[in-house]
Design a protein around this ligand. Structure first.
Ligand SMILES: [Zn+2]
Length: 111
C-alpha cells in the first residue's frame, strides 16, 4: 500500500549550509538545499526517494545574512520554529535575524 506523505521538508541551516531533513518517518537522511529550492528529493546513498515540497522561512535571506556575519562556519545554525531535533536537543529554534545577531554578539563577547 502506498503512503501519501503530505509533510513538507523544512529548510534549516546546519554548519553554514541550507539543508532539510527527510520528513518520512524513520528516514534519517538529510539533503543539502540550494536557496529557494522548491522540491526536496531524498536521494543519494541511503535515500528513500521521497519527494516533498520545501518549507522555507519567510525571512530566509535575512537569516542567512545574519549567519554569514559569524566568522566560524560551524556556528552558522538555524532551526525553524518547533523543529523536532532542536526541541529534543534544547537548541534555539525559530530565531529571527535580529535574535541571531544578538546571539552572535553574545558569543563574540561584544557588548
Ligand atoms: Zn528519506
Amino acid at each position: 500500500m502506498a503512503t501519501l506523505i503530505t509533510t513538507r521538508a523544512r529548510a534549516r541551516v546546519n554548519y553554514g549550509r541550507w539543508i532539510a531533513d527527510c520528513p518520512r518517518p524513520y528516514c534519517a537522511n538529510a539533503m543539502r538545499l540550494t536557496p529557494g529550492q522548491a522540491a526536496f528529493h531524498c536521494g543519494g546513498e541511503g535515500g528513500c526517494q521521497l519527494v516533498a515540497e520545501v518549507e522555507w522561512p519567510a525571512d530566509a535571506v535575512g537569516i542567512w545574512a545574519a549567519l554569514v556575519e559569524r566568522p566560524v562556519p560551524g556556528t552558522r545554525n538555524w532551526y525553524p520554529d518547533d523543529h523536532a531535533e532542536a526541541v529534543r536537543l534544547g537548541l534555539p529554534h525559530g530565531q529571527t535575524a535580529a535574535e541571531l545577531r544578538d546571539e552572535t554578539r553574545e558569543y563574540e563577547g561584544v557588548a
